[in-house]
Design a binder for this molecule. Sequence first.
Ligand code: ZN
Ligand code: ZN
Length: 329
Amino acid sequence: MKAMRLSAPGHALVEVDEPAPLPGPGQVRIEVRACGVCRTDLHLLDGELPQARYPVVPGHEVVGIVDAAGPGVSSPAVGEQVGVPWLGRSCGHCHYCLQGRENLCDTPVLTGCNRDGGYASHVVADAAFCLPLPEEDYPDAAEAAPLLCAGLIGGRALSLAGECERIGLYGFGAAAHLLIQVATFQGKDVCAFTREGDQAAQQFAMSLGAVWAGSSLSPPPFPLDAALIFAPAGELVPLALRTVRKGGSVVCGGIHMSDIPSFPYAWLWEERRLLSVANLTRDDGRAFLALAARAKVKVHVRRYALNDANKALEDLRRGHLQGAAVLVP
Ligand SMILES: [Zn+2]
Ligand SMILES: [Zn+2]
């Protein structure tokens, strides 16, 4: 199999060619059709994830066809199309797993972080943590891939925000461009906040149904029920708190963020809530994929060859993308 491997933080990915791994008990091997490139992969490159082990093959938005099943696996079957998300396995017996909060598991296996992921022609995954992606609903694997993290994290952030009609999205990248379609399908009004002067991103947001788009330094036209932050910039947190009404929520969707500057307590007071999203449960995955199918979410992707992974990551880092980068082996 071919794979793009990261030997240590700060290095470029290197293409390797080696025998494909065999699935163990409870596992399947998947022939990768597409793998999305997520901002988390940049944090992995930069050594900002304490959970990571190196060397590692990145990639946790994997879509492919099951091509071998290990002992004891009856589903998914060989030949089925599945998705492999960030949560590769949870322990099943820690405090959080027993409460049904497997996203907070104490000892998770994380795809493309502490287990090899989908920047490869083949990947091994736990059968019980694969998500169904039937080919009739998802005929284009590259367009399905970004749903598996950008989409799911956005969906979980939105559900953590609680009841809301008017929402703001900070950082109009892969997650926000999917979430805005789901939110407008649900009848919500969406304001899109971008970097100052980023006309292209603002126009992109308006074309996807935003009622307002502007700089993250500008106030929205009305108070928001919730603001969701997908950019890894801590200075957005106090700005977002200023846009939400009494009792409103600010939800941080990223796995890593720069430091949050200090701000007056009054900006948090009146029962505003500030919270973060960590990982996903399998239920989140199934619920969001069903919702995205109903909302007929259109995924904007830029395709790269597998051995162009370094270029895809650099384009993401420089903000040169509209929508999501996807590697196609
Ligand atoms: Zn656990
Ligand atoms: Zn991700």
